[in-house]
Design a protein around this ligand. Structure first.
Ligand SMILES: [Zn+2]
Length: 553
């Protein structure tokens, strides 16, 4: 009789706490790590032995900021996550959980339509209404990775008042509180907010603090895509801290790199958080290391313009007599807007590179500034011309984050690693380059390849800590994120020399793009989720051993 289902032998153990690696055997029984022993000492008692010649064994990576809520139903095998060592996704971020949904058809439609701005809501049937029903839908579907859900403030608000552009009444707030309470009882780890998008941008600090107080009854966390990551970033960080202070709960400031147009570099946000902690407020942050994103060009226009339907948008942009009005709207935009809108507002058209233009494929790889120079035309006009010429189907890579800010956050003790990505469903056409989501494929691999191995900024053990025990502890996943007997057997084996991110294109982007279309990361040979191999000797097994991790206690 074997004592252990499995023993991994020959590797260097990185425990997830930041301690230097050591050599040892790791034994798994069922879904847990059963023992750690001296090299070679446990193998005789194993039903299966996995030899991992001198590679690293670490806890599975916990991604604290993802948007996999619905894509995990489309792609339960989660290959894009597993291939970079990620075994848990915290979902429901930026205010956008897919539940609860309203029973009123009008509000339900509004919620799905709003979701459609980011993901194709129609690819999966939204069979649930409550948060608990949504979690059961994920369980029924099965997943290769664990899902640790947050409830989105935007979802709570839309379930009660649709996309109403106003403050909530007391009666509406009471209903939101009840829905928040129900989501927390169903197992949410906390509440997220997204305060630059509708409907979050219409919510007051008071509204958010009231709901965060409900989260506090269950010792949950408040996470926030704050109310502006550019010009207003410091006031927005201060608001997040204030909401946590009023509710008496921990705060996670999401993907906190200053975006183009911010008045100061990342050290200013971090100083605010350090100061809050000295006063006893539990605030931390996370960040991903990508400088770029690839929305349609029109997505960088102010919200009132985005609210227009397709015909009205094209008619507005095509009318030469209205250009000054649009220019003014962009300059004076009062609503916070997504981070990448800053490059348009500040006229940095050299930072927008055409990725996909059906009618003018020859523009691919050229910046909007370069196209404008070719045409002898003003860059802002050219930006709008291109949207009209391409019938709003032109996609650009927006470089809206400065590498030095990314590096400052990566090194700071208060910042953990996140992807801000999602489980990427396999594309219908593998050569499809219409979109570029490097973070979904190459976040963890990219950090290990670039910032640990090639241009060392972090010790390996410190990088792994920011990918494992730090986020696990932050979201109350106390039996994960550390490699220790008795804890969950979410384990990753990788060869640092072979780790490769095949999805990221470094700034400045040069055409042809090296990593478009994006491919899966390399170098991760074994990935175990709850003791079951999801990647075995480099091959995806297709197993679905992931669990929905509900908040406990
Ligand atoms: Zn966000």
């Amino acid at each position: 009789m074997s004592t252990y289902d499995l023993v991994i032998t020959g590797g260097r153990i990185v425990d997830g706490c930041g301690n230097p690696w050591y050599r040892g055997d790791v034994a798994v029984r069922g879904a847990r790590v059963a023992a750690i022993g001296a090299p070679g000492s446990l193998r005789a008692r194993a039903a299966h032995v996995v030899e991992v010649a001198d590679t690293y064994i670490t806890p599975g990576f916990v991604d604290p900021h993802t948007h996999s809520d619905v894509t995990i139903l489309e792609a339960p095998q989660a290959e894009s996550a597993l291939r970079q060592g990620v075994t848990t996704h915290v979902t429901g971020n930026c205010g956008m959980s897919p539940a609860p949904l309203s029973t009123a058809a009008k509000h339900r439609e509004a919620a799905l339509h709003n979701y459609d701005h980011y993901f194709d809501a129609a690819t999966f049937e939204w069979t649930w209404r409550t948060f608990g029903q949504y979690l059961r839908a994920v369980e029924t579907s099965g997943t290769a990775i664990n899902i640790a859900p947050l409830v989105g403030h935007g979802a709570l608000r839309m379930a009660v008042m649709g996309l109403a552009e106003r403050a909530a009444t007391e009666a509406e707030l009471l209903r939101m509180e009840r829905l928040c309470d129900a989501a927390m009882r169903s197992g949410a780890h906390g509440m997220s907010s997204g305060l630059v998008y509708p409907p979050g941008c219409f919510a007051s600090t008071d509204e958010l603090a009231r709901l965060a107080t409900v989260v506090g009854r269950y010792h949950g966390i408040y996470t926030s895509h704050i109310r502006g990551e550019r010009e207003t970033i410091l006031a927005a960080v201060a608001e997040a801290i204030e909401i946590g202070r009023r509710a008496g709960i921990a705060v996670e400031v999401s993907h906190n790199a200053p975006k183009w147009g911010a008045p100061e570099d990342a050290s200013a946000n971090l100083a605010l958080m350090d100061a809050a902690r000295r006063e006893g407020h539990d605030v931390t942050t996370d960040n991903d290391v990508h400088t770029d994103l690839s929305p349609r060009l029109s997505r960088a226009l102010p919200q009132p313009i985005l609210d227009l339907d397709h015909e009205a948008l094209i008619a507005l942009l095509a009318d030469p007599t209205r250009r000054d009005e649009i220019r003014r709207a962009v300059k004076e935009d009062e609503l916070p807007g997504a981070g990448y809108t800053g490059v348009v507002r500040h006229g940095r058209f050299d930072r927008i590179v055409v990725l996909h233009a059906e009618r003018h494929p020859e523009l691919r790889g050229r910046s909007v500034a370069a196209v404008a120079a070719d045409r002898g035309r003003d860059p802002f006009d050219t930006f709008l011309d291109l949207i009209v010429e391409e019938d709003d189907r032109i996609v650009g890579i927006f470089d809206y984050i400065e590498p030095h800010n990314i590096e400052a956050l990566l090194k700071h003790p208060l910042a953990m690693v996140c992807s801000d990505g999602f489980v990427v469903p396999p594309p219908d056409d593998p050569d499809d380059a219409a979109s570029y989501w490097p973070c979904g494929y190459g976040e963890y691999s990219g950090i290990l390849e670039r910032y640990v191995r090639d241009e060392p900024l972090l010790r390996l053990e410190e990088a792994i800590r920011k990918m494992t025990s730090f986020p696990a502890q932050r979201f109350g996943l106390h039996d994960r994120g550390v490699l220790r007997p008795g804890l969950a057997a979410d384990l990753v084996v990788f060869d640092l020399e072979r780790v490769r991110d095949r999805a990221t294109n470094l700034f400045p982007h040069t055409y042809p793009f090296e990593n478009i279309p994006p491919r899966h990361s390399e170098g991760f040979d074994w990935v175990f989720v709850n003791g079951v191999p999801a990647i075995a000797a480099g091959e995806l097994t297709g197993a679905l051993p992931g669990r929905v991790l509900r908040r406990r206690g």
